[in-house]
Design a protein around this ligand. Structure first.
Ligand code: FEO
Length: 388
C-alpha cells in the first residue's frame, strides 16, 4: 500500500481494483485503477480521489509519504464518482481543505453529489500557485461530462488528464515502460470506444491542445502513467477521433436455431473474399463493449437477428441500444436474419441502424426458416454485389 514516486515530491496515491468486471455496463476484464496524485509543496495538493470504497487505501498510501491531515487543496478534475467518491471521507477528516473544480459544472455536480464544501471554481487558463509549482487548469467539457478538466503543472511538465488517455487495466506496475504495450493500447482503445467515442470531436480538440502543451508525462486517472508513450498515445487519439473506418467489416448477430448464424458466417466470408478484414461476433458469446471496440474503425457493420415473439432477439436489441449511444456514425450498415411466419421484426434492424446515423445500404437480407446451400450462395453473391 505504498505511494509510488512519479517525480520528486509527486506521488501516485490511487487504488487498484483488481476484481471489478463491470464498469456501468463496460466489461473490465483486466480490472481498473483509480489514480489520484499527491504533490507535496507549500500547499499539499491532492489531484482527484478514488472510488469511495477505496478511500482508506488512498489514505494509507498517502500516509507512507506525508501525514494526510496536511492536505490543503483537492483538485477535482471530474465529478464522476470513480474519481470523487472518496471526497466525503476526506472532507470529514480534512474540514479545512479547499476543493478546486470547474465553474459552474464541477461545483454544481459536486454539490449535487455531496452537498456544500469549500468549493473554488476555476476556468480555462486559471492558475493556482501551490508554492514552487503552479497548476494550470484547462476545461475539457464533454470529454466526457460537462465538468471535465485537465490540470497541468508546467514546472514538472506533467499533465493530469483524468479520463482522457486512460485505460482500465489493473496492474502492480504504474508506468507505461513496465508493461506490454499491445495490452496497454488495446485497453486504451477499448476505453476510448466505450467511454469517449460519442465525443470524438472533443477528443480531437483535447489531443491537439495537449500536443501544444507538450507534456513530458501524462498522468491519467485510470491505468498507466505515460512517460515513453506520450506521443504515441496522442497519435492513437488523433487516429481514433478522426477515423472514418478502414477496409474492415463487423458481422454481429444472435441466432435461435442457427439459420441466422449460417447467414452471418456467409456474410463474413463474403467480406473476407472482397479483401476486407472481417470479424464475426455472436452476441451470446461476446459482450457489446468488446464488439464496440471493433466498430470504431470498421467501414461496414452487418447486424443479424432471428425473430422471437414478433421482436428481434433481446441480445441484438441491447447491442443496438448500446451502439446507438456510442455510435461513431458515418459507417455503412445493413441488417439480416431468418424469420418464420412474419418478417416484420427484422425491419427494426434497419430502423435502429439508421438511428446510429449509419448509411443503410439495403433492406434487411431475410431468410425464411432454414437456408439451403443455394440460399447461402445467393446471400454471399448479394452481399458482394452490394459492397462492390
Ligand atoms: Fe473515470 Fe468519467 O470517470
Amino acid at each position: 500500500m505504498n505511494a509510488v514516486k512519479v517525480k520528486d515530491d509527486i506521488y501516485w496515491v490511487g487504488a487498484v481494483d483488481y476484481n471489478v468486471r463491470n464498469f456501468h455496463g463496460y466489461t473490465t476484464n483486466n480490472g481498473a485503477t483509480y489514480n489520484a496524485y499527491l504533490i507535496i509543496d507549500e500547499k499539499v495538493t491532492l489531484i482527484d480521489t478514488v472510488k469511495r470504497e477505496f478511500a482508506d487505501e488512498m489514505w494509507e498510501r498517502i500516509k507512507t509519504v506525508i501525514d494526510p491531515n496536511k492536505i490543503d487543496y483537492i483538485i477535482t478534475n471530474h465529478v464522476e464518482m470513480d474519481h470523487s467518491g472518496a471526497l466525503p471521507v476526506l472532507m470529514e477528516r480534512l474540514p479545512n481543505a479547499k476543493i478546486f473544480t470547474t465553474d459552474p459544472a464541477g461545483i454544481n455536480g459536486l454539490t449535487a453529489h455531496y452537498g456544500p464544501y469549500d468549493y473554488h471554481g476555476v476556468k480555462t487558463d486559471d492558475v493556482l500557485n501551490i508554492g514552487k509549482r503552479n497548476l494550470k487548469f484547462v476545461s475539457t467539457a464533454m470529454l466526457h461530462w460537462p465538468d471535465n478538466m485537465v490540470t497541468y503543472c508546467p514546472e514538472e511538465e506533467i499533465l493530469f488528464s483524468n479520463d482522457a488517455f486512460g485505460q482500465h487495466l489493473a496492474t502492480v506496475e504504474r508506468f507505461d515502460y513496465e508493461v506490454d504495450k499491445d495490452l496497454m493500447y488495446r485497453e486504451a482503445k477499448k476505453y476510448f470506444c466505450n467511454i469517449l467515442m460519442p465525443f470524438r470531436k472533443q477528443a480531437y480538440h483535447a489531443t491537439k491542445l495537449v500536443e501544444e502543451i507538450n507534456p513530458k508525462i501524462i498522468a491519467p486517472s485510470h491505468g498507466l502513467i505515460l512517460t515513453e508513450e506520450v506521443s504515441n498515445m496522442l497519435k492513437h487519439y488523433e487516429e481514433w477521433s478522426t477515423t472514418n473506418g478502414s477496409k474492415k467489416a463487423i458481422v454481429v448477430y444472435d441466432s435461435m436455431w442457427h439459420s441466422t448464424e449460417k447467414m452471418a458466417l456467409n456474410i463474413n466470408e463474403a467480406f473476407y473474399e472482397l479483401g476486407y478484414d472481417s470479424k464475426i461476433y455472436d452476441l451470446k458469446v461476446w459482450h457489446p463493449s468488446e464488439v464496440i471496440t471493433e466498430v470504431l474503425d470498421a467501414e461496414y457493420i452487418a447486424v443479424g437477428s432471428s425473430c422471437l415473439n414478433n421482436q428481434i432477439l433481446p441480445n441484438v436489441a441491447g447491442f443496438l441500444c448500446y451502439l446507438k449511444g456510442l455510435s461513431p456514425k458515418n459507417r455503412k450498415a445493413f441488417g439480416f436474419g431468418s424469420y418464420g411466419w412474419t418478417q416484420a421484426p427484422l425491419n427494426e434492424l434497419t430502423t435502429e441502424l439508421k438511428k446510429c446515423d449509419f448509411e443503410v445500404i439495403t433492406d434487411p437480407l431475410m431468410q425464411n426458416y432454414i437456408p439451403t446451400e443455394e440460399d447461402l450462395k445467393n446471400l454471399k453473391d448479394k452481399v458482394k454485389s452490394l459492397v462492390k
